[in-house]
Design a protein around this ligand. Structure first.
Ligand SMILES: [Zn+2]
Length: 267
């Protein structure tokens, strides 16, 4: 199913569900990030490698985008950011749109080129507790993650809904409080088994967060190799059984309807 400007409205599109090196760089899954069809404010979250191509394949024209949000500077979250921003501004012909990112994404060794940034209307720096109003939605960054580089998850408020995204992080208690009140909770569940040496959430920790936050719907994504071998849909089912929270493992090009919180059946 190809989307268009109308059918994209109030939808959330998973342009990728790969997480970390083996899965993203081995192309076990796509890594194009998540596209939010917020009315008048289409938003591309974490446009990793292939975001540009996967958008077009889904019918999404990157120049419709108003907001590009980078949760952190790791390349599986931002490799296509320059290309997407260049498309958004038609190569500088129309200065527009908003880039949100942590300071370290654009200070030293920037992942978004200065040349590209000067064509973007505004660049907003994410910090813990920051909140921004962006037309039809607002976004808040409740807590700084533990992930090596500066990383933030986000809570989007849109049409009375709270949609949350943990981004990449090691587990810490504050995460639970940070995402309370979410209607939809997207958890980057990269590891199947917990590994204290890797700053990513495991399936067991995702279960704890989902069970405590109790959203209407939990979505698992950003799968590493171990998670893919464990079959994410089976992991989601076991989390749902244990927590009583409806839990779905996202798949590439999955479309979610924000009005019903149901996955859209596609041909
Ligand atoms: Zn990362």
């Amino acid at each position: 199913m190809k989307l268009n400007k109308e059918t994209l409205k109030d939808k959330l599109v998973f342009l990728g569900t790969a997480g970390a090196r083996y899965s993203a760089f081995g192309f076990l899954r796509q890594a194009g990030g998540i596209y939010f069809g917020f009315e008048n404010s289409f938003t591309h979250l974490d446009p990793g490698p292939g975001a540009f191509v996967h958008s077009h394949r889904k019918g999404i024209e990157p120049y419709w985008t108003e907001v590009v949000l980078l949760s952190h500077r790791h390349l599986d979250h931002c490799a296509d950011a320059n290309h997407i921003l260049e498309s958004m501004t038609l190569g500088g012909k129309s200065k527009r749109g908003t880039l949100l990112c942590p300071e370290d994404a654009i200070s030293q060794d920037p992942v978004v080129l200065e040349f590209v940034r000067k064509n973007v209307k505004e660049t907003l720096i994410i910090k813990e507790g920051a909140e921004f109003n962006l037309g039809s939605f607002s976004v808040r960054f409740p807590v700084k993650n533990v992930h090596g580089v500066e990383t933030y998850g986000a809570l989007f408020s849109y049409k009375g809904l709270t949609l949350s995204y943990t981004s990449d992080t090691k587990f810490f208690e504050k995460l639970i409080e940070a995402y309370k009140g979410s209607d939809l909770l997207i958890v980057n569940t990269t590891l199947f088994k917990k590994n204290p040496l890797i700053d990513h959430l495991s399936a067991e920790e995702a279960k704890v967060i989902i069970g405590e936050v109790k959203p209407k719907l939990a979505l698992l994504t950003h799968f590493g190799r171990g998670m893919l071998s464990a079959k994410p849909w089976e992991v989601a089912l076991s989390i749902e059984k244990l927590t009583g929270v409806k839990t779905i493992a996202a798949y590439d090009n999955m479309v979610l309807d924000l009005n019903t919180l149901e996955v859209v059946k596609q041909r």
